[in-house]
Design a protein around this ligand. Structure first.
Ligand code: 6PG
Length: 239
């Protein structure tokens, strides 16, 4: 029987019954971390995850007591699509959360991916340099173990020299469409004060099994993360 402590690098692993409970638990954690950061430093810098898994969390978060005027929102990655395109990660976040809470628009820092991956990554890296370290990075994981838009085989993953000082990277060959993206780098993600993964669905089980076996998939390269999984994703449910 595998237990949750087998997940390498994990600061904590919580297995929830379903996406609703996972979303509620992570929403609560975000609100707590926001309150702590604002009390300590007057601001909460958070990078939101893309994809679909975080949607329920964001929908629940909008009902929690968060001092949005002191929250600065960034994105862990963005797809290179026209501004406003429904398939962009920032649009999902707007629909589920940011368009529903009293956060000043100046506090929302979209990745300008409509400018193309190289230009957008350079601009975003400059912005992140002014605020690093993030207080929280929310992260998803793909079925291949990617996180943000750091996919297996990405040269930034294998080249610490490249990655050490770069906070945002262009991606041109993502296997998950669109191929062109912008991603926060491992350094930007790993230097966040807190990292929280949201992983749900049986489709993620294989990647988690590989990580449990010590495969250095991109998601496994995030150190000291808090993993929130649903039962369908957790391989332990097999044993
Ligand atoms: C994206 C995301 C990506 C996502 C994972 C998981 O652009 O799709 O940034 O990293 O977090 O692919 O996606 P799901 O949550 O939809 O399974």
């Amino acid at each position: 029987m595998m237990n949750t402590t087998d997940l390498p690098n994990a600061q904590a692993v919580v297995v929830h019954d379903d996406i609703e409970q996972l979303g509620a638990a992570v929403a609560q954690r975000v609100a707590e971390l926001a309150s702590q950061a604002i009390a300590a430093r007057g601001v909460f810098h958070v990078a939101l995850a893309g994809g679909e898994t975080p949607r329920r969390c964001y929908e629940k978060l909008r009902h929690l007591p968060v001092d949005w005027a002191h929250v600065q929102v960034y994105f862990g990655d963005e797809r290179c699509l026209p501004a406003g395109d429904a398939q962009r990660n920032d649009r999902m976040a707007y629909g589920a959360l940011l368009g529903q809470v009293a956060i000043p628009s100046a506090n929302i820092h979209a990745i300008p991916s409509e400018l193309g991956a190289s230009t957008a990554a350079a601009r975003y890296a400059t912005l992140l340099l002014q605020v690093a370290p993030l207080d929280l990075a929310l992260l998803g994981m793909g079925e291949d173990g990617h996180t943000a838009s750091l996919f297996p085989g990405n040269p930034a993953l294998g080249n610490p020299a490249l990655d050490d000082h770069v906070l945002a990277v262009p991606v041109f060959n993502a296997p998950k469409p669109p191929a062109e993206r912008v991603s926060l780098s491992l350094t930007a993600l790993n230097t966040a004060r807190q990292k929280i993964f949201l992983v749900a669905g049986a489709g993620k089980r294989d990647a988690l099994e590989q990580i449990l076996r010590g495969e250095p998939l991109p998601a496994a390269r995030i150190a000291a993360a808090e993993w929130h999984l649903d039962r369908a994703a957790w391989p332990g449910s097999l044993r």
